[in-house]
Write a protein that binds this ligand. Structure first.
Ligand SMILES: CC(=O)N[C@@H](CC(=O)O)C(=O)O
Ligand SMILES: [Zn+2]
Length: 315
């Protein structure tokens, strides 16, 4: 990087994958990817290899989140280096296959970018998920997408939390990007959600094409929501939930939650208040897939990230 001009010269992004069906019951990504496998005209860009790919075909076939274990938690160093023995959980086998095809994770042979398409039952709207606050390529891309989406909003969730971060399918790529669009029930297609996801992908691929063509992207800032804490439902001693998300919180993803605001409503009608000292921005509120993960919602804090200018490295 030249310090005088503060332009970072980054490697060209030539190989890009679009994953659908990492969770087999999230229908927008599955449908888009199957559509693009049939006809890829819409996702083709100059000088780019774009591969649409169903990441968990057995779960898609059964329309379930996973067969043995959550694929989007399976890309750990232990799993990826496990010997190929019989009897491995299906998703661990699949993680190893995906790592061979699109990785190896952390190596120079890995795909440049992976877009992993997800749907949520929460009212999050269009959300991009980042795993690093220092990936300039992704920050610039997210900035480009947010601008291109105006007047529609596109939120950015940053998960760098040392305990809450997980080993995602997309983490195999040099630049991992999650797309999370909702609300959409599991196993259901909603046209508005489908179209939003499609539009985000279009802008993302446009960005990469422009970057590869040599366009310089000036310094920018990106508003993000940084993952802070996991909030579980109130539970009894058997682990069964004893309360629901409070109606005042339900569907209020990304809206401030202040000390004293209602959070849960117990089955016997009592309101449980939020008692944290600081204002937080809840997200993934009442996500269906998170009951088994002991999570009613996630709290985030707002942050503004700055990104240097970037352009493609000159050879
Ligand atoms: C609802 C859902 O599946 N959300 C994704 C979020 C992500 O891709 O990071 C997950 O928990 O794996
Ligand atoms: Zn998902």
């Amino acid at each position: 990087m030249s310090s005088r001009t503060n332009i970072s010269c980054l490697q060209e992004a030539k190989r890009v994958a679009i994953f659908g069906g990492t969770h087999g019951n999230e229908m927008s990504g599955i449908t888009l990817v199957n559509m693009w496998i049939q006809n890829s005209a819409e996702i083709e860009r100059n000088g780019l290899v774009v591969k649409p790919f169903i990441s968990n075909p057995r779960a898609v076939e059964k329309c379930t989140r996973y067969i043995d274990t959550d694929l989007n938690r399976a890309f750990t160093p232990e799993n990826l280096s496990a010997p190929d023995v019989e009897g491995l959980p299906y998703e661990v086998q699949r993680a190893k296959e995906i790592n061979r095809m699109f990785g190896p994770k952390g190596s120079s042979d890995a795909y440049d970018a992976i877009f992993d398409l997800h749907n949520t039952t929460s009212n999050m709207g269009s959300t991009l998920i980042l795993e690093s606050s220092t990936d300039l390529f992704n920050l610039q891309m997210v900035h480009y997408i947010k601008k291109a989406m105006v007047p529609h909003t596109c939120s950015v969730l940053l998960n760098e939390h040392p305990q809450l971060k997980y080993s995602t399918t997309r983490s195999v790529a040099k630049h991992p990007i999650g797309l999370e669009v909702g609300p959409q029930p599991q196993g259901v297609l909603r046209s508005n959600v489908f179209e939003s996801m499609r539009t985000i992908l279009k802008h993302a691929l446009d960005f990469i094409e422009l970057f590869n063509s040599g366009v310089e992207f000036p310094p920018c800032t990106v508003d993000v929501f940084r993952v802070q804490e996991r909030m579980d439902y109130p539970r009894d001693t058997n682990g069964n939930i004893t309360a629901m998300v409070h109606p005042h919180l339900q569907d209020c993803d990304w809206e401030p939650l202040n000390r004293g605001d209602p959070m849960f409503l117990t089955f016997d009608g009592r309101t449980v208040l939020y008692e944290g000292a600081n204002t937080v921005y809840p997200t993934f509120i009442n996500e269906a897939a998170y009951y088994e993960k002991q999570q009613a919602f996630m709290t985030t804090c707002r942050e503004i990230l700055a990104a240097y200018a970037i352009r493609k490295a000159c050879k």
